[in-house]
Structure formats: C-alpha cells, structure tokens
Design a protein around this ligand. Sequence first.
Ligand code: NAD
Length: 286
Amino acid sequence: MAATLLDGKALADTIRAEIATQVADFTHRCGVKPCLAAVLVGDDPASQVYVRNKQKACEQNGLVSQLHRMEAATSTGQLLERIDQLNTDRNVHGILVQLPLPKQVDSNRVLDAVHPKKDVDAFHPANVGRIMQGRPLFLPCTPHAIQQILLRHQIPTAGAHIVVIGRSDIVGKPIATMLMQKGPGGDATVTVCHSRSRNLPEIARLADILIVAIGRANFVTGDMVKPGATVIDVGINRTESGLVGDVDFNAVRQVAGAITPVPGGVGPLTITMLLHNTLLAARLQA
Ligand code: NAD
C-alpha cells in the first residue's frame, strides 16, 4: 500500500495562521510589529529567490521585513559593521544573513556577530550550545520544521530508532541533537550517517523514522527503507526533470508508511519556522 503523504504545504498554512494570530496579538499589546532584517550579499539568483520568499511570508502574516542588500565585493569588516547596526536597532528583532556568503567573507565571524537574541537562524555558538543542553532560545528552522511534521502528525519519536543521513551544521547535526532531548518530539534513539559511514543502507533499513539531508538526487532507494517507516526528505536538487529530493519518491512510497514530498514537504515549513522565531525574538526583546 502506498505511504501516507505528509503534506508540508497544508501544515505550513495551519501553522502560519496560528502565527498570524499571535503576531496580531503581540502587535496590539506592544504597539510594534515583529521585524526581520535580511542581509543579502551579492546577486546569487537562488539566494535572491529565498530572501524574496522569506520577505513575502513575513508580509503575508503581519510581520515587517527589511532587506539589506550589499554588493558582492563586500568585506568581512563592512558586513560586521552592518550586523552591529542591526544588533543595536530597536526596530529590528531578527537578523538573517543569507548564505552562502562570497568567498572573501569570513562567514563564521559574521554569524558569530549576530546578537544571540536576534539570531533567528540559531547559528550562533551560544544558541547551538543551548540546543545541545536542551534549553534552546531558538530552534533552527529546518530541524524545527522536521520536528513539527512528526509532532503534528502524531508520529511517535519516544523510543523510536531515528536514522539521520547527513551531518551538516544546518540540518543533520541539530536535528539529531533535538530528537535525542527529553520531551515531546524527542526521546529517540538517534543514529547519524554521513559520507564516510560504512553499511549505510543496512543502517537506514533499521530506522523507524529516516531523515535524509545530503543533497544527492534520489539517493535513498526502496530497498534502504524498512516497510512502514516514516521518511522525511529534506533534500532539494535541481535536475532535468525538475526539483527532486534525496529520496527516490516513487519507489520509496511503495515501502514507507508515511513520506514527505519534494517540493511541498519540509520546504514550506522551514520559512514558517523563521516567522515563528522572529515573533519569539520580538517577545524576547519586548
Ligand atoms: P551540506 O552539503 O552542508 O551537507 C551534506 C551532508 O550530507 C554532509 O554532512 C555529508 O557528509 C552528507 N553526505 C553527502 N553525500 C553523502 C553520501 N553519499 N552518503 C552519506 N552522506 C552524504 O547540506 P545541507 O545544507 O544539510 O543540505 C542538504 C540538502 O537539504 C540539500 O539538498 C539542501 O538543498 C537541502 N536543504 C533543504 C532545506 C529545506 O528547507 N527543505 C533546508 C536546508 C537544506
């Protein structure tokens, strides 16, 4: 039997409506709208689309968005100066530095400069440390999106074996950390696989929940999935046949119990969690 489709678009609409209500309430009580400042360096077309989508989502849900465009030749020092201005600007609650930054920029220095209370991507070492300790200020957007998909579809994580394929700082590492914490959406037994893992297909087949974030089109095939498992596909790969995930969707949906599509799975929820974090940042600073 084909797997249940975990519709990220529908869930994003539900959560965005909840956030819009909370934003309206915050604005009414505090007399200020939560504001996200996006910093975009250079003119990478994909980055421009991502930033535009984030801004649009802010505006549709009652938040304010600012776009700070800087030219491709911007230095680390110039970017640090801009971050400093945004850190002290009382009208700005969340700061997002769109990645990747040009080669000449020291990305770590720039991300470390964002004030932890405005760090809506949760990349600052202080925020990463807090997540590790199970007392987060912000949760990073894509891992939070994955956790919401599991929670809101009542897919139990407690005691489940969850295999994460990919160990990036943005997805793999934080989602693995979050899933092993105590509490709702956690308490899992987590295994992390990566490019150097031996016997990856065998490990993947042990998963009750398989999360894939590697950026390799159709990497996970039907024989790598335990019958009935939940499969969360984070990958976004541009191919000749359009956007595809890291999971061979048509083959895996015949084996899995539930699966996220690409597009329309994790993606729409990631931006939703950015709105959530911007509201949270505004509350922290109110
Ligand atoms: P990344 O390139 O930073 O990291 C990729 C990881 O995959 C690495 O840890 C590497 O060890 C692992 N990997 C690579 N090849 C592998 C292999 N053959 N076997 C096992 N592991 C392998 O990637 P990222 O930033 O985590 O992004 C991963 C994918 O998720 C990309 O397609 C990206 O576009 C997508 N993504 C989607 C969203 C979303 O909102 N849906 C958000 C972030 C990233």
